[in-house]
Ligand binder design. Structure first.
Ligand code: RIB
Ligand code: CA
Length: 308
């Protein structure tokens, strides 16, 4: 399998256990040249998501990659309460080291805008793993820089699948629906990885055991993160590995089936907030991953983490 050529990449994230798994895959794969990590509040507060980004980089020995703290709250709503499923530390209590360096003293949006202006147009991909507040602020405040993004690949939304917050709303879009509406309507090249795909990508206990016994530190850490992500001790499969699917798509898009859909995002002030509607006209065209070869992407994860 020919993997995607190395791409200059920024990860925008609210780590979060499934964010952490995706970040460790990106750090382990030569297909990603990570220029920086920008953080956003979501799974847990901004101080913790920012600290967890630093802890993951320290674990991977990548103190060379800077962390920039971003939005602590949605554009125009009160932020969500921390999600218990990620634990009090936001990372499932897994034994990660302390950050080896402090986050930079520039706001994520300021840095991202300057970084994009300093790179050739289209050269930088943004992998969006949390609420889209930082990207929306970039579109609104620094539109010239935003237009230089090569591609946004973002985890969020639900098309035919039921939601994980409201009946049809998914957490990342529900947490800041105004931001999601801005990014979707921006016309930026956007690949959306919704619950329709991510709910198909779960790890079995045998899969976790194989990573754990591989003798590879990053594979063992991913195994520990997945272990902490099982809903119950009796469950055979983990919770969905939502954000990991963003990195897997970037590595091997041919393992996913996409449809180009005209979408609008609900900004209702009720449980419909963040819901996606397929429009016949007037919506914004978004490439949406609708199906995935789940065994193949899990095999890809194993190969990337255990290769010599
Ligand atoms: O709905 C799943 C998304 O919400 C993932 O990004 C997960 O990390 C949580 O933020
Ligand atoms: Ca996330």
């Amino acid at each position: 399998m020919n993997l995607a050529k190395p791409r200059l990449t920024v990860i925008d994230t609210d780590p979060g256990i499934d964010d952490a798994i995706g970040i460790l895959l990106a750090l382990a794969s030569p297909s990603f040249t990570i220029a920086g990590i920008t953080t956003v509040a979501g799974n847990i507060g901004i101080e913790t998501t920012t600290r967890n980004a630093g802890r993951l980089l320290a674990f991977a020995g990548r103190e060379d990659i800077p962390v920039f703290q971003g939005a602590s709250a949605p554009l125009s709503r009160v932020g969500p309460e921390p999600l218990n499923l990620h634990g009090e530390d936001g990372i499932g209590g897994v034994a990660l080291p302390d950050p080896a360096r402090l986050p930079e003293n520039r706001h994520a949006v300021e840095w991202l805008a300057d970084f994009l202006m300093g790179q050739p147009a289209g050269a930088v991909d943004v992998l969006a793993l949390g609420p889209l507040t930082n990207l929306a602020r970039l579109v609104l405040e620094k539109p010239e820089a935003a237009r230089r993004i090569g591609r946004i690949i973002g985890m969020g939304g639900a098309i035919h699948e039921h939601g994980n917050v409201g009946p049809r709303s998914e957490f990342n879009l529900w947490a800041d629906p105004e931001a999601a509406a801005v990014v979707v309507a921006s016309g930026l090249p956007f690949v959306l990885i919704p619950l329709d795909v991510t709910r198909r990508v779960r790890a079995t206990r045998e899969f976790v055991e194989a990573l754990s016994s591989s003798g590879k530190p990053t594979a063992a850490m991913v195994a520990s993160l997945i272990e902490s992500y099982f809903e119950a001790a009796t469950n055979r499969e983990s919770r969905p590995l939502h954000d990991l699917c963003v990195m897997l798509f970037a590595l091997s898009p041919e393992l996913f089936e996409c449809e180009d859909l005209q979408l609008s995002v609900s900004v209702a002030r009720n449980e419909q907030a963040g819901e996606l509607t397929i429009m016949t006209e007037g919506g914004a065209m978004v490439r949406v991953a609708m199906r995935v070869d789940a065994p193949a992407v899990l095999e890809l994860l194993t190969r990337q983490l255990t290769a010599d």
